[in-house]
Design a protein around this ligand. Structure first.
Ligand code: HEC
Ligand code: HEC
Length: 326
């Protein structure tokens, strides 16, 4: 944060110096100094001013997001809540927050001790470090109130009032209040484990700028209160399944694929054409075996083992959603 604030101040100073030199050049007696100095100086002033403004936006978005206070809630932690939370966390959060293996990537296994530097691992390290948090009570969440975890999931704003940049882009802000509370209930039951890696964000200046310009996607907070659609085999509930089972996180908000971008250089395909050719049974087989009907296995980048944990009802709803018009 200090480095980024300092860089911002530096650009303000450079803008001022460039503007002053431009002014001096325009006031000069020699015509060629007026013209050349004016144009070159003006250009530099413009460049530094642009860097100052976008950089300022980045610093503001990352460190002063203007958070509403965390809601004052207490999660009871009933057995039903804990079971529901376990279901969602093991479908979703575990993909990034699980223990890290020797290759530096998440193992998809407990404990949820975090430590995966997703920015470095996924080829967008120039935005800085984004290290998945330790979600066990051995990490920073031990000192979070239930309301503070709720606010983090709904808005991406952490206890310090900073934006957890990656979490803010995830679709969890669309989870219902009940499911968000279920997640909190379950996280509180995990065995405490410590994590030696430094977790959280350390955004670079350019990362902050790109984030503020919306180049990684929409990071706007979710509404204060959300009720899930009625549970059942419907496209509407299927979309909700695609939210908590994370399909939307990778395949785009409408699960219609994502074009290659800075954050996802390879892009992610639209699964709908393939799924629409399948019967529900074939879809179930594919999602639970990891083998597509043409005999090809899903590559490692498609975490089917996690999605295989969906209940029959949820998988059927997902199928209904994926074969419907988005
Ligand atoms: C695609 C990867 C990914 C997934 C999936 C994911 N997270 Fe995260 N999470 C991160 C990263 C990276 C950070 C570090 C801060 C940041 O960049 O947002 C983080 C940080 C956090 C934090 C700490 C933020 C803070 O500073 O207070 C919490 C709490 C959290 N995640 C909870 C969850 C929960 C609960 C889920 C599942 C519902 C989940 N995450 C799913 C990547 C992920
Ligand atoms: C972590 C990111 C990620 C998540 C989460 C994810 N997918 Fe994928 N998925 C991919 C990638 C990447 C591919 C493409 C792999 C390839 O063939 O190169 C893919 C491929 C697919 C395909 C095959 C598409 C085709 O035409 O070959 C289907 C179907 C699919 N995903 C469905 C789903 C569903 C349903 C969910 C939610 C339960 C889901 N995915 C969650 C990343 C993800």
């Amino acid at each position: 944060m200090t480095t980024n604030l300092f860089t911002s101040l530096l650009f303000i100073a450079l803008t001022a110096v460039a503007a002053w030199l431009t002014w001096k050049a325009i006031k000069a007696r020699k015509t060629w100094v007026k013209i050349v100095g004016g144009i070159v100086g003006g250009l530099f002033t413009l460049i530094f001013a642009t860097l100052t403004i976008t950089g300022g936006m980045g610093v503001r978005a990352a460190y002063f997001p203007g958070a509403d206070p965390a809601p004052d809630i207490t999660v009871t932690g009933t057995p039903e809540q804990i079971a529901r939370g376990e279901y969602i966390v093991n479908l979703s959060c575990i993909g990034c927050h699980s223990a890290v293996g020797a290759d530096g990537n998440p193992t998809g296994e407990h404990p949820l001790s975090g430590g995966w530097n997703i920015a470095q691992a996924e080829g967008f390290g120039f935005v800085g470090d984004m290290v998945a948090e330790n979600l066990t009570p051995g990490g920073k969440l031990a000192n979070y109130s239930d309301g503070e975890i709720f606010r983090l999931l709904r808005t991406g704003i952490n206890q310090e009032g900073d934006l957890a940049a990656f979490m803010a882009l995830m679709p969890y802000r669309e989870l219902s209040d009940a499911d968000t509370e279920a997640i909190i209930a379950y996280l509180r039951t995990l065995d405490p484990v410590t994590q030696s890696a430094e977790t959280g964000d350390r955004l670079s200046y350019i990362g902050g700028v790109m984030f503020a310009l919306g180049m990684f996607g929409d990071a706007s907070p979710g509404p204060a209160s959300i009720t899930a659609p009625p549970e059942g085999v419907s496209a509407e509930y299927g979309k909700y399944v695609a939210t908590f089972a994370d399909c939307r996180g990778c395949h785009g908000p409408d699960v219609t694929g994502v074009a290659p971008s800075t954050a996802d250089p390879a892009g992610t395909p639209n699964p709908r054409p393939l799924v629409s050719e399948l019967s529900q049974d074939e879809f179930f087989t594919m999602m639970r075996s990891g083998i597509k009907p043409d005999g090809q296995a899903f590559p490692e980048t498609m975490p089917w083992e996690i999605a295989a944990g969906l209940t029959d009802n949820d998988l059927a709803a997902l199928y209904t959603y994926l074969i419907a018009t988005p």
